[in-house]
Design a protein around this ligand. Structure first.
Ligand SMILES: Nc1ncnc2c1ncn2[C@@H]1O[C@H](COP(=O)(O)OP(=O)(O)OP(=O)(O)O)[C@@H](O)[C@H]1O
Length: 238
């Protein structure tokens, strides 16, 4: 679905990691891991088209770039906007129907189903500034479900949320994948990656590994006896 050929990612002309080459297969589920600052978010933004590659080729299999669902890190989202849960979930329709067009019955049904899927039906009229971090992340997933994009990019979707929400949202990720979408998810929890993600791209300051998760993540990294399970400790981490 996406081929990277010596793609250099970075900001203001400054690369953050060695050139990346490889391929995200159609309908694949890939985790991007790596220590803080190794360029995981930068890579996601480059694939999303929010940042240009500094060099190299980033190619999509289709002639035109597919519709992309992008979930940034929570810290990058403005929650002061005066809208409620339903309004935000409905924004998932915009790429397909446009900003000012009215929502038809089928789309409305899809919005309500998505809100129900993430357990927010009882608070669907609440303003978003009143939501907890976990409730807000559930809402971001509802919007993704409504968006229905073939390619979804998620940046640290489980950071700062409780175990129950994490488990529910992981099920949504698996559902989206089972429905045939391609998903690329930045994560720090290696146990989660090992349990659920068949492919892993590990960005390191001097080394990039990409392939089958069982080969990319050595068992020792998630061995509870080594106290690394679920931690962001990776080669190159301080
Ligand atoms: N807008 C920006 N302008 C300039 N440099 C930036 C910008 N955003 C990030 N960087 C730098 O690019 C590098 C990679 O940042 P990035 O956020 O992609 O890393 P990351 O692997 O996602 O880190 P983390 O795990 O902490 O989220 C860092 O050195 C960071 O300081």
């Amino acid at each position: 679905m996406i081929t990277l050929n010596n793609v250099v990612i970075g900001h203001q002309g400054k690369p953050v990691v060695s050139p990346v080459s490889g391929r995200f297969e159609p309908h694949s589920l890939t985790a991007i891991i790596g220590a803080n600052g190794t360029g995981k978010s930068t890579l996601l933004k480059t694939i999303a088209g929010l940042l240009p590659p500094l060099a190299g080729e980033l190619m999509f299999a289709e002639r035109a770039k597919p519709h992309i669902g992008y979930l940034p890190q929570q810290a990058e989202i403005d929650r002061q906007f005066p809208v409620n849960v339903l309004d935000v979930a409905a924004m998932g329709c915009w790429p397909k129907i446009g900003f000012l067009r009215s929502i038809n019955r089928i789309a409305r049904q899809r919005i309500h189903q998505a809100i129900e899927r993430v357990g927010l039906t009882s608070i669907q009229r609440q303003p978003i500034e009143a939501l907890s971090g976990g409730q807000f992340q559930r809402l971001m997933f509802a919007r993704l479900l409504v968006q229905d994009a073939p390619l979804m990019l998620l940046d640290e979707p489980f950071t700062g949320i409780d175990g129950e929400t994490c488990s529910l949202l992981m099920d949504v990720i698996k559902q989206l994948h089972a429905e045939g979408r391609t998903l690329i998810v930045v994560l720090h929890n290696l146990e989660l990656v090992q349990q659920h993600f068949p492919h892993t791209l590990c960005l390191g300051s001097s080394d990039i590994r990409w392939g089958d998760t069982r080969e990319v993540i050595p068992r020792a990294w998630v061995d509870p006896a080594m106290s690394l399970a679920g931690s962001p400790m990776l080669p190159g981490a301080s």
